[in-house]
Design a protein around this ligand. Sequence first.
Ligand code: FMN
Length: 164
Amino acid sequence: MPSPAHESGFNAITLCFSSWVSYKPRMFAFAVQRTNYSYDLIRPSMPVSLSVPSEKLVDEAMYFGTVSGRNEDKLVTSNAGLTNGESVPVPRLSSAIAAIEGVVDQVHSTGDHILIVTRIRSLLAARSTEPPLVSVAQRTPGFEVLRRSGQHRLAVPTGSHEFW
Ligand SMILES: Cc1cc2nc3c(=O)[nH]c(=O)nc-3n(C[C@H](O)[C@H](O)[C@H](O)COP(=O)(O)O)c2cc1C
C-alpha cells in the first residue's frame, strides 16, 4: 500500500486474515491490526495490491510479517523484486504466483483489527503450478511448516497431490 514517508513510496505487510467477500462487484477483504503501521496508512479509496506468495517468497513473507514499516522501508531493505501494478499505481512482488489489485471501498471496525473491503480492479495469475504459502495453526496435518515466528507459521502442502 502507498506509504508517502518511505523512499520506496510503499509499505508491505504479510496478511492471513483475508477473504473474497463479493462476486458482483468483485470484492476482497483483509484485516489489519490497529497496532500495525499499515493501520495508520489506510485511507478511503486508497489503491492496494495483494501478492500471493509461493515457497520462493517465504523469507520476504516472514520479513514483511515481523518487521514494521515504522522502523524500516521494507521494500528497500528486503530487495524484493517488484513489478508495476496493472490497474493501480502500487507494485506487486515479481515472483508472486497471483495478485489482486483494488481500491479501498469500506473500512469496518472489528475489535483489535479493522476490516478493509476492497473493490477489485484486476486479478493476475502467473503460469505457475507452485502451491501458495499458507498460514497454519500448530500441528496442521497435510502441511510442512517452512518458517515460524511466534504464533505465525508459514507452510506448504505436503504429499504428491496436485494443489491446483
Ligand atoms: C504469516 C503471517 C500472517 C499475518 N497476518 C496478519 C493479518 O492478517 N493482519 C495483521 O494485521 N497482521 C498480520 N501479521 C502480522 C503483520 O504482518 C506484522 O505485525 C507486520 O510487522 C506489520 O507491519 P507494519 O507495521 O509495517 O504494518 C501476520 C504475520 C505473519 C508472519
